[in-house]
Ligand binder design. Structure first.
Ligand SMILES: [Mn+2]
Length: 270
């Protein structure tokens, strides 16, 4: 559960429990299509997956060949946009509760970093506004309140949320982990919790860093304590670390830096 889900909405989600799938279960996946993650980290049998809604690039072709039109993989701001669009088209939207509608709206502004992420598309905003219209709420007010709640959450439980959004990767045999936080006051957060960030990034991995973007300030920071990771990021981003922090103008998300890293295969395989 991420910090991007405000407390009062968590109460609702906490009524669900997660279960390991049985071998006869059919699985619908949302927000990832990463074969490595699904197989090894989730322990899923890929043949059990019957439908996917995702906005991360890289495995489109694999899923296209495997499940055809049931693979809804598009590079847009949020997977929640795809879901909302789908349930609106299938006339299910009117039947879902207000809290679910609000969660979908939160997921869209969170994932697209309030529509400022490069992968964000006009459709994200369009769908978000449709939800808010249905809820009779002001889109601007709703998002401001939401981002304030997110920051409060991060400052209340920094370690928990840092750990919670850490992704483990395997890129051509190099193991790594990338933590991500999206919050308005990201620079203040980094300065305040640098030691906590260091302990979370510490480990056996070949590369590790934190990426954090702020929709309000339109700035992204990379934090790393690993010299080879820093060299790689400096090479990819054409920018330098000052001690353990690299400042990047504009919004960059983890999935975008991963895509850039994949293009720099040379670094990763030497
Ligand atoms: Mn997502």
């Amino acid at each position: 559960m991420t910090a991007s889900i405000p407390e009062r909405r968590k109460d609702y989600l906490n009524t669900f429990t997660l279960q390991k799938p049985e071998k006869w279960d059919k699985i619908i996946v949302v927000d990832t299509s990463d074969i490595y993650f699904l197989e090894r980290q989730c322990g899923f049998n890929l043949d059990a997956i019957i439908e996917i809604f995702d906005h991360h690039p890289w495995y489109e072709q694999f899923w296209q060949e495997k499940i055809g039109e049931k693979a809804h993989i598009e590079e847009i701001g949020a997977a929640a946009t795809l879901i909302t669009q789908y349930i609106m088209e299938h006339h299910v939207f009117e039947k879902i509760s207000t809290s679910i509608k609000e969660l979908l709206a939160c997921a869209i502004i969170s994932n697209s970093v309030n529509f400022t992420a490069k992968i964000s598309k006009p459709i994200d905003k369009e769908i978000y506004e449709k939800i808010l219209e249905n809820l009779h709420k002001d889109p601007q007010e709703f998002s401001e309140k939401y981002f304030k709640e997110v920051d409060d959450n991060y400052f209340s439980y920094p370690e928990y949320f840092l750990k919670n959004d850490t992704k483990f990767l395997d890129m051509w045999g190099k193991k790594g982990k990338i933590s991500q936080i999206e919050m308005s006051e990201n620079k203040i957060f980094i300065d305040k919790y640098l030691d906590k960030i260091e302990s979370i990034l510490d480990g056996e991995e070949d590369f590790s860093f934190l990426i954090t973007s702020s929709a309000r300030n339109q700035e992204t920071y990379f934090v790393s304590f690993c010299p080879t990771t820093k060299a790689m990021l400096e090479h990819i981003l054409w920018s330098s670390f000052v001690w353990n922090i690299l400042q990047y103008d504009g919004i960059m998300l983890r999935k975008e830096i991963i895509k850039k890293m994949l293009k720099h295969k040379v670094w990763l395989t030497t």
